[in-house]
Design a protein around this ligand. Structure first.
Ligand SMILES: NC(=O)c1ccc[n+]([C@@H]2O[C@H](COP(=O)([O-])OP(=O)(O)OC[C@H]3O[C@@H](n4cnc5c(N)ncnc54)[C@H](OP(=O)(O)O)[C@@H]3O)[C@@H](O)[C@H]2O)c1
Length: 274
């Protein structure tokens, strides 16, 4: 009999379970969930399983060529999954003008494509059951764009866009899909960071326990909501117009006089060419 058949706790799938944040998540969530922990290092997974009885471990390389069939076979073994945390991450510095291609491809695979495929694997079941909570672990990097980390920032920006879009596609059902950055926490990726991974747990609990009218498609960090975009209120994308608060590259034409604010004639047909 599979663990799924005997364990009545809700199932939560956690990637990157052998990392700093992932292990903290598994330890914390093992109390109330059937934790399905994913990693790519079989020895580290065996240690995790030994230290946390009840946690199910699965070895799967999120950047591997077999990712689609690996996820399909994982889903067959898991049963219903109501909660997903896309936590695995890859961060290797690479300047844009040197060796970016391989690092960017791998960053996209681990940080964006695999999370998207896992969302695609669990969302149909969540929709059928009318409930789901997904937390995609992002970073401040796509907002800060630190020099030297373009591949990481770009891949997390892709994850951000995937998350917001998926949330909008599931507005009609009690499925909440949000982003969370754990904070500057010590892990293999960030050994010198000032905080322990556990600092992210209250924010994570909040996102897993959101009510039906709770947030979706938003970004949270250490108890704060971080805006993903500046306010876009008033922009008419089809008309090509934006309110006065948006800086302009050149003065707006004065339609009544036919002159722009520099006095140039914009009444003739050459206005069409601007
Ligand atoms: N630490 C921070 O300050 C910080 C800040 C902002 C965001 N984050 C994000 O937090 C998340 C967790 O990172 P962390 O700090 O805990 O770093 P970590 O200790 O390096 O953990 C990363 C995890 O991702 C796994 N992983 C990497 N590539 C993989 C692949 N190809 N297939 C499967 N698993 C793979 C790693 O597996 P292995 O154990 O086999 O390497 C590890 O379990 C990441 O998404 C990261 O971007 C961290």
């Amino acid at each position: 009999m599979t663990p799924a058949a005997t364990d009545v706790r809700p199932a939560i799938l956690i990637t990157g379970a052998t990392g700093g944040v992932g292990m903290a998540l598994c330890r914390h969530l093992n109390r109330r969930f059937r934790v399905i922990a994913l990693g790519r290092d079989a020895n580290a997974l065996a240690e995790l399983a030994a230290s946390l009885p009840g946690v199910e471990v699965h070895c799967l390389d999120l950047a591997g060529g077999e990712i689609a069939s690996d996820i399909a076979s994982l889903m067959e073994q898991c049963g219903d999954v109501g909660y997903l945390i896309n936590n695995a991450g890859f961060n290797r510095p690479a300047p844009v003008d040197a060796d970016i291609e391989a690092v960017l491809r791998r960053s996209l695979e681990v940080n964006a494509i695999a999370p998207a495929m896992l969302m695609a694997a669990v969302l149909p079941g969540m929709r059928r059951r009318g409930f789901g909570r997904i937390v995609n672990i992002t970073s401040g990097a796509p907002l800060n764009c630190f020099a030297g980390h373009a591949a990481y920032s770009a891949s997390k920006a892709a994850l951000n866009a995937l998350t917001v879009t998926a949330a909008r596609e599931h507005q009609d059902v009690d499925i909440k899909i949000n982003l969370m950055s754990p904070g500057p926490v010590r892990s293999k990726m960030a050994p010198e960071a000032p905080m322990a991974p556990e600092v992210c747990l209250p924010t994570l609990d909040h996102l897993l326990d959101l009510p039906a009218d709770g947030a979706s498609g938003r970004f949270f960090w250490l108890g704060h909501e971080i805006p993903l975009t500046p306010s876009l209120d008033g922009i008419d994308w089809l008309a090509g117009t934006a309110p006065a608060g948006f800086a302009r590259l050149w003065p707006e034409a004065d339609e009544s006089s036919g002159l722009d604010s520099n006095g140039a004639d914009v009444s003739s047909s050459d206005r069409e060419c601007r």
